[in-house]
Design a protein around this ligand. Structure first.
Ligand SMILES: *Cc1c(COP(=O)(O)O)cnc(C)c1O
Ligand SMILES: [Zn+2]
Length: 554
């Protein structure tokens, strides 16, 4: 849709490209998407009323020009469930659960991944790097699978193996780093930098924030349906008194508050909810800073929680941004112990039939604590985000060897950390992956081949849309293998073969022909002895192509 990127520090506006990471004027990395709200507001409610209840319902307010149906997995549109039994137990009748477990990979990270991957696809980006405490990488891996994007997922070795397996199951490369999450982020950034790849930048990723904000819109619509509007409100939608979420890096609250601010700006609501951000006590840098009234959060270098999903020790500027919002809207930061979280997890299951992962249960433990303290009152309308649960990924499917270990050297005074990271990295990135050239005029066909191969190995790909481009790339990039379509406009595959075979420099290049064409006997003769394998499009299973490629590159 029509939108611009505005720097939150100097106000400079530019057009959007996912790879541009800072403001051209002041170099700030903190920017946000803005839309022509005046134009959108008058017709927005009628327009969306006719649409399906998923996050693309709000497409006028999302930074993707043309969402591709082929990438969708049913993201957004999760239920808002009244917590009847918890309400009776706590004496607070209006508690609602926004059930983000019901996203495609069972966490609210699906919103960020759906929007970000759609934007990357639109910009033609085919490879990306993300550091994750688990769920971000799972969501990105699923959407990357559909988009034909290669994901390098850096996780800490403390992430439950169940979560790591799910990332691998979707065909992404898992890089397991022995170190803290903050070290993992650093090593992922180095890796992306070295190889010139797109890097997920957490809360500075504009598309991720925009994905998250759709939760706010859905809550406003759903709450209005549940409770109606307060008398004399004159607003279109109702907002809760409180939005409660377990927090690690703080992406969720940043996005949700942007959503509520936009709605107020367009006159759809009167008031943003107060946000309660709940952290695990063993890694609660934001809560500590808030309680000490600090403007910046001191890093936690040694997290002491079993709830690894929430172990972000350095919230950086996200804390300062949230602090400002919370001061305006009466928000609070609070922490709970692991034990309180496990108890809340059990309570939620027993009372409401909802099985959540520990990281999600942290929010419920926080809810109990804030009600007991009188911060949340019995008359308040409360929405708690049930942020996720873990899907079991069958271990037998993957066999062994699906993750790579990176062991960081123990940090010593004498050795600067940078060197340790780089040395560890050089062990994971082999200097030279096999180089494969895919020549096909159909972009979908090229994507499919790339996807099949990159889900189970490491290759560098080059793509050509016709014979001429293919030949140029052969000389320029010296591929180790050519996967060649026969029918292409201009110079076709047969002519490419003629050219290759006539030049001693290229005559030995292995070629796999992949074609949708029924070959005539004459055409078969022309290929005889000149190619290594013939694959019929639509007729070959992904494993056959993979086996063929592996055999030829050996
Ligand atoms: C990422 C995550 C959180 C924390 O989200 P942020 O808003 O990024 O701090 C909470 N719960 C689950 C299940 C998560 O995956
Ligand atoms: Zn700026």
């Amino acid at each position: 849709m029509s939108f611009l990127i505005r720097c939150i520090d100097c106000g400079h506006t530019t057009a959007y490209h996912p790879s541009d990471i800072c403001c051209p004027s002041c170099k700030s990395q903190w920017r946000e998407a803005i839309y022509p709200y005046d134009e959108i507001a008058p017709t927005f409610p009628q327009n969306i009323a006719r649409r399906k209840f998923d996050l693309w319902r709000y497409s006028e307010l999302l930074p993707v020009h043309k969402p591709l149906p082929a990438l969708k997995l049913g993201e957004g549109g999760t239920p808002l469930i009244r917590a009847v039994n918890l309400g009776i137990m706590l004496g607070c009748p209006n508690i609602f659960i926004k059930d983000e477990r019901q996203g495609p990979t069972a966490s609210f990270k699906d919103r960020q991944a759906a929007v970000t991957i759609a934007a990357l696809k639109e910009a033609g980006i085919t490879e990306m790097v993300a550091a994750s405490t688990g769920n971000v990488a799972i969501s990105y891996a699923a959407y990357a699978a559909r988009a034909g994007i290669k994901l390098w997922a850096f996780v800490t070795s403390l992430v439950p193996e169940l979560k790591m397996r799910e990332i691998a199951l979707y065909g992404s490369q898992v890089l397991k780093v022995t170190g803290t999450y903050d070290q993992v982020k650093q090593i992922a950034a180095e890796f992306a930098e070295q190889r010139g790849l797109y890097l997920d930048r957490g809360a500075r990723t504009i598309t991720s924030i925009e994905g998250m904000k759709t939760i706010a819109y859905e809550i406003a619509e759903q709450l209005t349906e549940e409770l109606g509007l307060p008398e004399d409100s004159g607003a279109l939608w109702r907002t809760p008194t409180w939005y409660v979420q377990s927090v690690s890096g703080g992406m969720g609250p940043i996005g949700i508050s942007k959503g509520f601010r936009e709605m107020a700006l367009m006159g759809f609501t009167h008031q943003a909810p107060a946000i309660a951000a709940i952290q695990a006590e063993g890694c609660a840098p934001m809560v500590n800073a808030w309680k000490e009234n600090q403007e910046e959060a001191a890093p936690i270098t040694n997290p002491k929680t079993h709830i690894e999903t929430l172990a972000t020790g350095t919230p950086g500027r996200t804390y300062s941004l949230l602090r400002k919002i919370f001061k305006e809207d009466r928000g609070v930061f609070e922490s709970v112990t692991d034990e309180e979280s496990y108890r809340a997890m059990h309570m939620l299951a027993k009372m409401e039939g909802i099985s959540a992962e520990p990281a999600a249960a942290v929010a419920f433990a926080g809810l109990f604590k804030l009600i007991r303290a009188g911060t949340i009152k019995s008359t308040d309308v409360v929405v708690v985000n049930c942020t996720g649960h873990t899907m079991p990924a069958e271990p037998l499917v993957l066999g062994s060897g699906w993750a790579r270990d990176i062991v960081l050297p123990q940090q010593e005074e004498s050795q600067p950390q940078e060197e340790g990271l780089l040395a560890a990295l050089s062990r994971v990135a082999p200097e030279r992956f096999p180089r494969i050239l895919i020549a096909d005029d159909a972009a979908d066909a090229r994507r499919l081949v790339r996807r099949i191969l990159q889900s189970q190995g490491e290759y560098t790909f080059f793509e050509a849309a016709n014979g001429r481009e293919a030949l140029d790339l052969v000389y320029k990039e010296h591929p180790d293998l050519l996967i060649l379509d026969l029918m292409m406009p201009g110079m076709d595959g047969f002519a490419v073969l003629d050219n290759l075979k006539n030049d001693p420099e290229t005559a030995e290049l292995p070629v796999i022909v992949s074609t949708a064409k029924e070959l005539t006997p004459d055409e078969k003769n022309r290929l005889q002895g000149r190619i290594q394998a013939l694959m019929q499009k639509g007729g070959f299973m992904s494993d056959e192509l993979l086996d063929e490629v592996k055999a030829l590159l050996r």
